[in-house]
Write a protein that binds this ligand. Sequence first.
Ligand code: SF4
Ligand code: SF4
Length: 65
Amino acid sequence: MALTITEDCIACGVCLPECPVSAISEGDNEGDAYSIDSNVCVECKGHYDEPKCAEVCPVDACVPA
Ligand code: SF4
Ligand code: SF4
């Protein structure tokens, strides 16, 4: 299981440093939606009670895949 980032992402960058397993990447071009590597995302299990990216995202773009 993993989270995914929707097209609502405004590429603010807030989530990227918050991920405990570095599963989040920027888009190829400035302004592109960020993405989550589903093979790396652990839904923050063992790190936080709730998915951190979803908690910090200002536009609720991090959702269950
Ligand atoms: S749910 Fe947690 S582990 Fe998965 S991408 Fe978000 S911050 Fe990273
Ligand atoms: S915090 Fe939300 S809007 Fe900002 S880069 Fe991450 S997914 Fe995109």
